[in-house]
Design a protein around this ligand. Structure first.
Ligand SMILES: [Zn+2]
Length: 403
């Protein structure tokens, strides 16, 4: 079977090439896998996503490493035939982005080894960021930022990145950052005076091409520290996004971007304090309201339907009324689409509020219950609320007379 010469091994910046088609296989309808005698397309592998591009203008959607069978170029639409010479073009912005992330990972991983002897266990390029899982004990933002600083210094020193092909015997004598994943001859990526590691991916010519590295977030995951980072153009995109968010928040406080966190914290504190004061005022208001309602009641039964009061507000009023002697309070509210009810009685009054509540709720297509002295509930039939409350009120009054 055909073996594809992998041009990306020797030149990561080569994006145009000519090659001969050595195999064509139909996949699903409209999709064809093309094998070439040579290719600059990098197939998915080693945490780095596949290149995309064109072959004679046909769209290359993905490339798959088929080992000794070569690289499969999955083409959508009209595919070239076996034996044809085709012109390939790799999407440069996507390749450049992947090289920045991937090379950035080599640098950041070595920074964690240099500073904290913390090796990287896995690496993934995600949609807008990347992840590494590092054997880092006791991670803190300060510790992680020290590694980020070293990594960026290495980037700005613009060190050369070279490829060395060695035998496994030679490799055994070298200070590799990680163990080779396979036997035999090895391809080593060397960052001048900083890092040496076996890798089959595509890398920048010099560290300066990576631009910069920033850490978005980190968390502990399965005994490791998972670090989400961005490099190169992704770092710029992420900075723009973060700056926009921060400025939008600052605008809400009519302040500068960097003063917003302090003002936001202050506002949260004020909000808590205001809530405490509102609760205290509500208690006072319930007292006053209870006095007023007492004047409207006859024979100790107070029955009242309100508009737009929530359950909490009804309960406060019920508590204020319960504190008076000889009272049965039947309170209800039309709260948007819901009928809310709270029934309460004084310790010296008679009646089971819980069973009255169940009765009322049955009329309102709802549910409710509680204790003999205090019960609450609700239902969907807001239209029947007045009627239901009047019925319960009559029942309480007649029971009072019959005793
Ligand atoms: Zn690599």
């Amino acid at each position: 079977m055909a073996v594809t010469e992998r041009l990306y091994y020797s030149d990561s910046h080569l994006i145009e090439f000519d090659a001969r088609v050595v195999d064509v296989t139909d996949r699903v309808s409209g999709w064809t896998a093309i094998v070439l005698d040579r290719t600059a397309f990098y197939p998915t592998g080693g945490g780095q996503p596949s290149d995309t591009g064109t072959l004679n203008g046909a769209r290359v959607m993905e490339c798959i490493d088929d080992g000794d069978n070569g690289v499969l170029h999955v083409v959508q639409g009209a595919a070239p035939s076996r034996g044809a010479v085709v012109h390939g073009r790799v999407d440069w912005s996507r390749r450049m982005d992947h090289m920045q992330q991937h090379t950035g990972q080599h640098i950041l991983s070595q920074a964690f080894v240099t500073l904290f002897n913390a090796p990287t266990k896995s690496f993934r390029v995600l949609e807008a960021s990347c992840e590494i899982d590092v054997e880092l004990n006791n991670p803190t933002s300060e510790v992680i930022e020290r590694a980020v600083e070293l990594a960026n210094n290495v980037i700005w020193e613009d060190r050369a990145i070279t490829i060395r092909n060695v035998t496994s015997t030679e490799a055994a004598e070298l200070p590799l950052r990680k163990e080779p994943a396979r036997d035999g001859d090895l391809r080593l990526i060397e960052i001048e005076g900083f890092d040496l590691t076996p890798c089959g991916g595509t890398h920048a010519y010099r560290t300066g091409e990576v631009g910069m590295i920033g850490v978005r977030s980190w968390e502990r995951a399965k005994g490791l520290t998972r670090i989400e980072f961005v490099a190169g153009t992704r770092a710029l995109a992420d900075y723009r996004k973060a700056n926009k968010s921060a400025r939008e928040v600052a605008a809400l406080f009519s302040t500068g971007r960097d003063d917003a966190p302090q003002l936001a914290a202050q506002m949260v504190e004020e909000h808590k304090e205001l809530n405490r004061r509102i609760r205290a005022l509500e208690e006072l208001a319930a007292e006053v309201e209870a006095e007023k309602l007492l004047a409207t009641g006859s024979e100790g039964v107070i029955s009242q339907v309100f508009d737009g009061r929530d359950a909490e507000s009804l309960k406060k009023l019920a508590h204020a009324l319960m504190a008076k002697p000889g009272i049965v309070a039947l309170l209800a509210s039309r709260d948007k689409d819901t009928a809310r009810l709270v029934f309460a009685r004084s310790a010296d009054a008679r009646g089971d509020m819980s069973s009255l509540m169940r009765e009322a709720c049955a009329m309102l297509d709802g549910r409710g219950g509680g204790k003999p002295e205090l019960a609450q509930g609700g239902g969907k039939r807001v239209d029947l609320l007045d009627e239901a409350l009047a019925a319960i009120s009559r029942k309480v009054t007649s029971e009072a007379h019959s005793s």
